[in-house]
Design a protein around this ligand. Structure first.
Ligand code: SF4
Length: 384
């Protein structure tokens, strides 16, 4: 009772993870680092009375700095890194004709579903960690090095649109840095509570940038927030790696629709790549059943558990009136693609700080160091 009188906002929402973040922010011994997923910046402003789907990366970065984070980094950097690894993994598997189709692995709800329901198909899941976990591993290794920090003192927070991401960060294998790569995950709503709790006037904050180099990102990274975005980002890079020519049309609109399953055949040089984009787990079941029977001829399949991808994730601001929910999702999606179109660089392999990361630290995509920090293994969780 006393707790609820002293802390009405926290008590009302039972947000234990946010409390852990607030305690860490008050601890001067810790070096506090944060990363934010692409979908957060197109939704958080809704908690502060701005328009549905308002795009506010600059205000979000400013708010995170005022909360007391020492470095405001970005999951989008991790998304560009994911494309470097996953794009090369796709090319390798297609070249070798092995373990196809390749399924994306950014969505922890989808990964866990595969572990529970289709463990015999786990070899088809990309071994790439999600952008959150890649970014977490880099923050406590390369990030520790460039900031001259003991990784043991880094407290790494991730802000996600997703209620499954804490489970992902708690997996025992997500300690590639030698420490828990992401210490605490909070949702978009929980970040809004922290900002309100500190009395920060979000709507009137000036725009600020993310900290470099681990906050640098391209348009390809920002579209990860929408269904079809990972596919589009991967195709932009795979096309240029395979053909060594600029992609003729950077906006790959046929993967952007709203249907639960979208399929296409994409010509990349001599290669005919058969792809599918799936939103909502029930929609992937026929594809998985066909694959089990040896009847699938797809090369690459993106799967996201939420109906519109992460912009409609369970940790996003709630749109309680049903008639406004569709508008919110549409506006958030439009904002994601607008952000992409306005950025100077729109292909992950053109991110100069990603290139520098490989030059200075990782070596090459799918190399030894990349494999250790950025890839993972899955296990059957099927009940016997
Ligand atoms: Fe989480 Fe939904 Fe995004 Fe999957 S699609 S990562 S469940 S928010």
């Amino acid at each position: 009772m006393l707790e609820s009188v002293k802390e009405p906002l926290f008590a009302a929402y039972n947000i234990g993870q946010a409390k852990k973040v607030r305690e860490a922010l008050a601890n001067p011994q810790l070096f506090k680092v944060v990363q934010c997923a692409p979908a957060v910046r197109v939704a958080i402003a809704e908690e502060f009375g701005l328009n549905l789907g308002a795009l506010t990366p600059g205000k979000m970065a400013a708010a995170l700095r005022r909360l007391g984070f020492n470095k405001v980094y970005d999951t989008n950097f991790g998304a560009d890194l994911t494309i470097m690894e996953e794009g090369n993994e796709l090319i390798k598997r297609v070249t070798e004709g092995k373990d196809l189709p390749l399924f994306t692995s950014c969505c922890p709800a989808w990964v866990k579903f595969m572990e529970q329901a289709y463990p015999e198909l786990l070899k088809n899941l990309s071994t790439c960690k999600s952008p959150q976990q890649m970014q977490g591993a880099i923050i406590k290794t390369y990030g520790a090095k460039i900031n001259n920090m003991d990784p043991a003192k880094i407290f790494s927070v991730s802000v996600m649109p997703c209620t499954c991401k804490p489970f992902e960060s708690d997996r025992p294998e997500m300690m590639a840095s030698g420490y828990k790569d992401v210490d605490v995950v909070i949702t978009t709503r929980e970040l809004a509570y922290l900002i309100k709790d500190k009395g920060i006037d979000f709507a009137n904050l000036p725009d600020e940038g993310f900290d470099l180099p681990l906050g640098d990102y391209t348009g390809a990274a920002t579209i990860f927030g929408s269904t079809g975005g990972v596919m589009e980002a991967a195709l932009r890079t795979a096309y240029e790696i395979i053909t060594k020519n600029p992609i003729p049309k950077i906006d790959i609109e046929f993967v952007r629709g709203g249907e639960g399953v979208r399929t296409a055949t994409v010509q990349i040089g001599d290669l005919e790549l058969k792809i599918a984009v799936v939103a909502g787990l029930k929609n992937v079941l026929p594809i998985l059943e066909d694959l089990k029977k040896g009847k699938s001829d797809y090369h690459f399949i993106e799967v996201m558990a939420c109906p519109e991808g992460c912009i409609s994730g369970g940790g996003q601001p709630k749109v309680l009136l049903e008639e406004y929910r569709g508008i919110a999702y549409k506006n958030r999606k439009d904002a994601i693609y607008k952000h992409d179109s306005e950025l100077k660089l729109r292909k992950s392999h053109e991110n100069p700080d990603i290139k520098k990361l490989y030059d200075e630290f990782l070596g090459e995509p799918l190399g030894k160091q990349s494999h250790h920090l950025l890839h993972t293994k899955y296990k059957s969780r099927k009940e016997k």
